[in-house]
Ligand binder design. Sequence first.
Ligand code: FES
Ligand code: FES
Length: 187
Amino acid sequence: MKELRFTLNGGELAVHVRDDERLLDVLRERFGQLGTKEGCGKGECGACTVLIDGRVVNACLTLALEVEGCEVLTVEGLAGPGGTLSPVQQAFVDHGGIQCGFCTPGMILSAHALLVQRPDPTDDEIRVALAGNLCRCTGYVQIVESVRRAAQALADDLSEEPPAPDGTKEAGSADPAARATKEVGSV
Ligand code: FES
Ligand code: FES
């Protein structure tokens, strides 16, 4: 067993793991991150998607020890205080992006990563970003629509942001990507 230190959804953790232990199992069994699903277990379905330092990664193919010193984000980390859904989560609820829900955490994390990089993606960019996430319920039209609506909600929030007392926007709001990072990642 080796000691592993990493950040999970903003909290610093330490745990002892075996050399061959998968990140997927550590997240689910040690830390109760049950939104991280096991589908295929071999890197094909995306149900186990998490973000490691902002990158979309399959937790079933990642050894736990590989995240030493990294920031890991699971779908549980997207919700705000009191369980307030993030804009992406809310859009999936509102626009039919969820059917059975098995693929949904992975889809939402991939969408989250996309919107941090591309706050105003095209439909093709959304499809490419979600290409590693398979939905057995085949609800892709609603899923793409949900991501499009989440992007719109974030853009609307940005345009409604009140000006600072000196007449400028709040610090950081001039950068849409930074704002998307803040909003998508914090609520
Ligand atoms: S369970 Fe990891 S990609 Fe399918
Ligand atoms: S909503 Fe059922 S697998 Fe996607």
